[in-house]
Every structure is written in C-alpha cells, then in structure tokens.
Design a protein around this ligand. Sequence first.
Ligand SMILES: Cc1cc2nc3c(=O)[nH]c(=O)nc-3n(C[C@H](O)[C@H](O)[C@H](O)COP(=O)(O)OP(=O)(O)OC[C@H]3O[C@@H](n4cnc5c(N)ncnc54)[C@H](O)[C@@H]3O)c2cc1C
Length: 326
Amino acid sequence: MIPYRYGKASSLEQAAAFLSQAGAGTHVMAGGTDLLGEIKEGTVSPSAVIDLAGVAGLSSIRKGADGLVIGALTTLADLAGDADVARDYPVLHQAALSAASPQLRNRGTVGGNLCQRPRCWYYRDAASVCSKKGGGRCFAENGRNARHAVFGGGICWAVHPSDLAPALIVLDAQAILVSSKGERTVPLAEFFTPPIVNVRRENVLAPDEILKEVRVPARKAADRSAYVKFIERGAWDFAVVSAAVKASVTGSTMRGVRIVCGGVGTKPWRLTAAEQALEGSRPDEPAGQKAAARSLAEARPLAENGYKVDLLKVIVGRAVAALARN
Ligand SMILES: Cc1cc2nc3c(=O)[nH]c(=O)nc-3n(C[C@H](O)[C@H](O)[C@H](O)COP(=O)(O)OP(=O)(O)OC[C@H]3O[C@@H](n4cnc5c(N)ncnc54)[C@H](O)[C@@H]3O)c2cc1C
C-alpha cells in the first residue's frame, strides 16, 4: 500500500475545492468497494483521496412529478429496495438487484457504480502496463479475451462493467456533474466514452468533476422496461452479456424502443438498428432475437469471445419478451 493524502469532505463544495486544488493523482472515493481494491492491487497509486461519505444530501432518492433524482451516494441496496423504483422502473430495479453481492450493494453507491473502472484482467494486473495505464498496447487483443468487448474496441477492448448504466440510459437519465467552476448536465447516453476518445478514462468527467446525482424522467403510463443479465456462474458476477430494454407498449405494439447492452461494448452499447426493427412489433422473444441480429453487423469479435454475438441475440430476445410481463 503506497502512502497518500486523505481528506474527508462534509459538503460537495468542499470536495470540489479539494479536487481542484489537489491536482492530478487525486481520486474521489464513495463506498470504496472499487477504488480501495485498485489501490491495494497497485492498479492506481493516488497522491490523494477525497472521501465523499460524509457529504450530506447525496444518499437519497427524491421523487416528484418530474421523476426521480438519485443522489450519487445512494447505495445500490437502497436503490434495489425502493418500492417506487421497483414498480415504475423495473429495468433499474432489476439492474440494481443483479449487481454484485448483498454486502457490496450495502456499501457500493450509484455514483461509484457508474464511475467504476473496467474489470479487464490485464488492466487489473499491476504488472501489465496496458494502453489504459499508459502503455503501448492492449494485451487482450491477441491474448485471453473471452470476457472482452465485441463492440467499440481498438486501442483497448475492456468492457464497460456497470449494470446500472444500460438501465439508466434506456430511461433517458441525465447526469449532473459538479466542479468548483459550477454544474453541468450531461445525458447519460453521452456520459460514457469509448477508448478512442481517451483510453485512460471511460466517461466525460473532467479530473476536477464529481458526479452529484442522476435524474430520471417520470414514467409514462404505457412505458414498460426490463433488464436481463447473463452471468457465468450461479452467484454474483459481472455481466457476460446484459440487455436493458424500454418501450411504450399499447395493446401488443411497441413504440419508442430503446435497447442498451452491457458486457459487450467498451461503453454501454446501444443497438439502434434493433430498436428501429422493433418499432410496431409485438414484445416477444422471436421479434427481439430477429431485431438484435440486425445490430450484429458492426460486431468485431476477438479469438475467444465470438460466443457473445450469439448470446446477445438470446438475451435481447428475453429482455424484449419480459416487457409483456413488466
Ligand atoms: C466482487 C465484486 C463484484 C462486483 N459485481 C458487480 C456487478 O455484477 N455489476 C456491477 O455493476 N458492479 C459490480 N461490482 C462493482 C460495484 O458495483 C462497484 O464496486 C460499486 O458500485 C462502486 O461503488 P463505490 O461507492 O464503492 O465506489 P468507489 O469504489 O468509491 O469508487 C469507484 C470509482 O468511481 C469513482 N467515483 C465514485 N463516486 C464518484 C462520484 N460521485 N463522482 C465521480 N467519481 C466517483 C471513484 O473515483 C472510483 O474511480 C462488483 C464489485 C466487486 C468488488
């Protein structure tokens, strides 16, 4: 464990001021379930850590006519256990419940889940200086790549790990980012970035910015949503492939279909061609599978992860069929 400065903020303003003054090498910490692992494993070596745990007013879900405001320090357990979220936003409830283990959900926060770093085994290995850590290449590209991306790879092939991200994107959520210079709003669909933008980062957060909250628009009466996640084993695990789907369902017809997948892309991956193919369709598995196939032309599987392309069709099919039940 390397020594670093530690500061505990009691307000967002204080945290933002610390972040802008402390400079490069300063990391924000919420629950610490990801960051502390990275520090212990030697993946990151911070010069300073600013702890948000004592910041008031960011650990709740506020509800109003406009929808939800989810504070960045809301735990995954509180999100998964919220009765209104479960009723009105099944996709978000199911995604939160599927993430990690009960212990990690008690500690891990929404902000931390969205900003967590990739789980690529080369990135997480302190001895492998891959492109994401400033090295010259992605070791997964011609190495062990069974759990890597089939969409959006190139300079790096690590998949985006968050279960909440696809769910919040189909719900048209917005991220509120704060720094000592002020506040800005970014649609969550534009928050995550592929490695071609900046291989060292996975989102648009500037080094001095903090994710304050996520706003989710109010659910409309006909909205239906679902999250289906495939994992390799029976207990908690990151998604091998997942699909978040939302549509307005009237009778047996879908409109305004949104599909965003996890486990397959270097960022949460939207299946635009599949969405278009499903307009006016029934929410059933064959329609979902057939539509997903339309989005597979852009997939670039590596030597060991071609199975994800077939799996994606099945998982999207199941998620679309689940709309009829939710
Ligand atoms: C064994 C294990 C299994 C897991 N399985 C899953 C899974 O199946 N699905 C899944 O989605 N996740 C999974 N996770 C990840 C887990 O959900 C995250 O570790 C957790 O949500 C992170 O929240 P945290 O508050 O502890 O974040 P921290 O560890 O405190 O921070 C994580 C990262 O986010 C940054 N950060 C945190 N909060 C903010 C903020 N408000 N603004 C800006 N940056 C911020 C930190 O700087 C850090 O880089 C798993 C983790 C573990 C250890």
